[in-house]
Design a protein around this ligand. Structure first.
Ligand code: GDP
Length: 306
């Protein structure tokens, strides 16, 4: 069963880890948000791709929720001592990825090819595909003015009040090679329980991706990031409140609209009308949780496909 997953960082990586327990790795393709990508001290950083690479290869730092386990910080300490910017932490081991990616991009190589090589080098069997090789930058209109995503997320710790979200450059972006084929050719398309507004919307803003989701013969099943009226982590809940959107599954369903066929929701939560629904505990703490949520989503997709 070929499965394509639309994903951001942490929430999505957990689902992909679950899929890899129940499917052969060669059947799994993750299409990853790159709206959070940015340049920092000359380096091209791709936070969501890196979260997938580190999580799927068992190198992620679960305590921090980003970066690598077993990390040291000599580079950052030295940078700070030299008066350099230390608001975005780059660990010594993590640094290699950013340096190599930046050098290869400067030689004219595509982010898709670079990411595929990194995944191979880390022993990851699933395909990890950026949504686009072009530059798309998530920006937020806030009460402090327009902020780049990483400035809002890391430097300002999501405190500014968000009025609107923009995906700068999306209009002219093209889906990365393989993205549209992975949506059309899948037996099931899953939307990870990632932040709909900051992690999934950038993908939908790349011309061609939303159309492919409408046109694909595959059932499309989303996993809700909302559990008991709360978001598991990150700025999802705060952002939804600021945008005037109720923290409920019906909001997630309405936001995605007609291209999703099914929704996986937590046991006691609201079931939006007009969609195929599967219920399970959707909080993915351990390997067993991840495998169960992935299997429930696949079973729902199979039942929709008939
Ligand atoms: P980021 O790019 O690293 O911020 O991560 P994502 O956008 O992929 O994920 C953030 C979202 O994932 C948040 O809205 C969380 O509510 C959701 N999330 C994280 N872990 C889980 C989980 O175990 N279950 C569910 N249902 N949602 C989760």
């Amino acid at each position: 069963m070929k499965v394509t997953v639309l994903t951001g960082g942490v929430g999505g990586a957990k689902l992909v880890l679950g899929l890899l327990q129940v499917l052969p790795a060669a059947d799994v393709t993750a299409i990853v948000n790159t709206g959070d990508d940015f340049r920092h001290i000359g380096l091209h950083v791709s936070p969501d791709i890196d979260t997938l690479l580190y999580t799927l290869s068992g190198k992620a730092n679960p305590a921090l929720g980003w970066g690598r386990a077993d990390e040291s910080w000599n580079f950052l300490d030295t940078l700070r001592a030299m008066g350099g910017p230390d608001w975005f932490a780059l660990g010594d081991r993590d640094l290699a990825l950013h340096v190599l990616r930046t050098a290869r991009l400067a030689q004219g190589q595509g982010l898709d090819a670079i990411t595929a090589d990194f995944a191979r080098a880390m022993g990851i069997g699933a395909a990890i595909v950026p949504m686009t090789n072009d530059c798309v930058a998530t920006q937020l209109d806030t009460d402090e003015g327009r902020l780049d995503f990483q400035h809002y997320f890391v430097a300002r710790r999501c405190t500014p009040h968000v009025r609107q979200v923009h995906f700068d450059g999306a209009d002219a972006a093209r889906p990365a090679p393989g993205v549209i084929a992975a949506i059309h050719g899948a037996d099931a398309v899953l939307v990870a329980p990632s932040n709909p507004f900051l992690s999934i919307d950038p993908l939908l803003a790349v011309p061609g991706i939303a159309d492919a989701l409408v046109a694909t013969p595959a059932p499309v099943v989303a996993i809700s990031p909302i559990i008991a009226g709360k978001a598991v982590k990150g700025p999802t809940a705060k952002l939804m409140a600021e945008l005037g959107i109720a923290l409920a599954n019906r909001s997630i369903a309405a936001h995605y609209g007609a291209w999703i066929d099914g929704l996986v929701i937590d046991l006691g939560d609201d079931a939006p009308p007009g969609l195929a629904i599967a219920r399970t505990e959707t909080l993915m703490r351990d390997h067993a949780d991840k495998a169960r949520v992935a299997q429930v989503a696949l079973d729902l997709a199979a039942s929709i496909a008939g």
